[in-house]
Design a binder for this molecule. Structure first.
Ligand SMILES: [Zn+2]
Ligand SMILES: [Zn+2]
Length: 208
């Protein structure tokens, strides 16, 4: 029963959410982690070093952190960054971002946990199928790399294809109901957000 970790239950809880379950959990992790992240960075030498060698954060994470607020934490980090930038305007910075590093590690834990649960629990696999959940394209690709078991991949694909067809059906309904012959028919709540769901499923973008 090793697979029944907290992540197993977290997944069960987010099945039925319109977006990729791994994306939803990763986005929640990011949001919670960022709350204490700047404070940790200010106090942790190796974290500060990584931030300085990359010249800050990637656009995505800089924006997510800025939106969270924390004037003091930002000021402590950015006063050093600006000083170093002024001293060496053309210095080549290392690629990446500390928050990306940490997020990739957490993402791996989430992906492994999904696969373990899917392999070991009928309840998990059934709930995934029943709730019409879909994994986004990038995360499904990563999951397949984590398991070499062809039967499991085939089973995962079968559920995914079934649920993708359902998601596509909602798009077809949006198109149909835009036709003047049917435009008196209201979109359902599910159909109203189906186009955004499609964008996220195909690209794997995280919704803040
Ligand atoms: Zn995803
Ligand atoms: Zn980043």
């Amino acid at each position: 029963m090793l697979y029944k970790t907290q992540k197993y239950f977290d997944y069960l809880e987010v099945f039925g959410h319109p977006d990729c379950p791994t994306c939803v959990l990763l986005s929640r992790w990011r949001s919670t982690y960022i709350d204490t992240f700047l404070y940790e960075c200010v106090n942790d030498r190796s974290m500060r070093k990584r931030i300085r060698e990359t010249g800050g954060f990637c656009r995505d994470h800089a924006l997510a952190m800025m939106k969270k607020g924390d004037p003091l934490g930002h000021s402590v980090i950015y006063t050093t960054l600006i000083d170093e930038y002024i001293e060496a305007m053309n210095k080549k910075m290392k690629p990446g971002c500390l928050m990306c590093d940490l997020e990739v590690l957490h993402e791996e834990i989430l992906l492994k946990s999904f696969i373990d649960s899917f392999i070991n629990s009928e309840e998990f696999a059934e709930k995934f199928a029943e709730t019409k959940s879909c994994i986004c394209r990038p995360h499904l690709k990563q999951m397949k790399k984590l398991t070499r078991n062809k039967d499991i991949i085939a089973k995962l694909d079968a559920v995914q294809i079934e649920n993708l067809k359902y998601a596509k059906g909602c798009l077809d309904e949006i198109i149909r109901k835009h036709d003047y012959r049917y435009n008196k028919e209201q979109l359902t709540k599910e159909e109203e957000i189906a186009w955004k769901r499609a964008v996220k499923l195909m690209s794997g973008i995280l919704d803040e």
